[in-house]
Design a protein around this ligand. Structure first.
Ligand code: G6P
Ligand code: MG
Length: 218
């Protein structure tokens, strides 16, 4: 494996569990439109942009809307989501992730955030983690969603690191596909049975040291 010079992190499901809030907000919208959304269906929305997620939700309910109505409902969902996110505090960073980022800093390895979320900076501010990243590529900058590698390639370029020297941490299948399509090393956060295309899968960062992980990637 080439030496690791940068680590790029997805936000939702890797740094913080916001999937539960996305789910509650999408479910509320679905209920309003007369159908329900299961947790299993919510899996389809992980890593997928807001407007694409709305299309999937509407498809599940068999609901057709005008473009204007879609924008209105997406804005409503987002307002509800942000309301839930107000309760996020620094304690909500997923176990071990802050220590892992500290260790990367000590080892002079660059760090970036690569997220489809347009709310990434708000969430990082609530976590008091905005300064942990040398660059942030969020849904306001990236124009093409995962599994396209754009979001991670922009991050690598910002950091001045070639893709093969980047490790991407991702909980979504589409995110791992984006990392691999960009020529990066993809570390899955979750289950190996789900994240089958990842180079390595771990349940989270709890108890994981940078050295141990990099040794495993060799
Ligand atoms: C992340 C989440 C998705 C979410 C997307 C857009 O990728 O995993 O579930 O739809 O961000 O988030 P936003 O905060 O912009 O609605
Ligand atoms: Mg994610």
């Amino acid at each position: 494996m080439p030496t690791v010079q940068a680590c790029l992190f997805d936000l939702d499901g890797v740094i913080v569990d916001t999937a539960k809030y996305h789910y509650l907000a999408w479910r509320q919208l679905a209920n309003q439109l007369g159908f329900d959304l299961t947790l299993e269906q919510n899996e389809l929305l992980k890593g997928i942009s807001r407007m694409e997620s709305l299309e999937i939700v509407l498809g599940i309910g068999g609901v057709k809307l005008s473009e204007e109505e879609k924008l209105k409902y997406a804005a409503e969902k987002n307002a509800q989501y942000l309301e839930f996110c107000k309760q996020i505090t620094p304690d909500d960073a997923l176990p071990g992730v802050r220590d892992f980022l500290d260790e990367l800093k000590e080892g002079a390895i660059k760090t970036g955030l690569g997220s489809a979320s347009k709310n990434a900076k708000t969430i990082l501010t609530n976590l008091d983690m905005l300064t942990y990243f040398d660059t942030i590529v969020d849904g306001n900058r990236a124009t093409i969603g995962k599994p396209d590698p754009q979001v991670f390639l922009m991050g690598a370029q910002d950091l001045g690191v070639a893709p093969e020297h980047c490790v991407v941490f991702e909980d979504a299948v589409a995110g791992i596909q984006a990392a691999k399509a960009g020529g990066m090393i993809g570390v899955g956060i979750g289950q190996a049975s789900v994240l089958t295309e990842a180079d390595y899968v771990m349940p989270g960062f709890d108890g994981v040291t940078v050295k141990d992980l990099f040794d495993k990637l060799k």
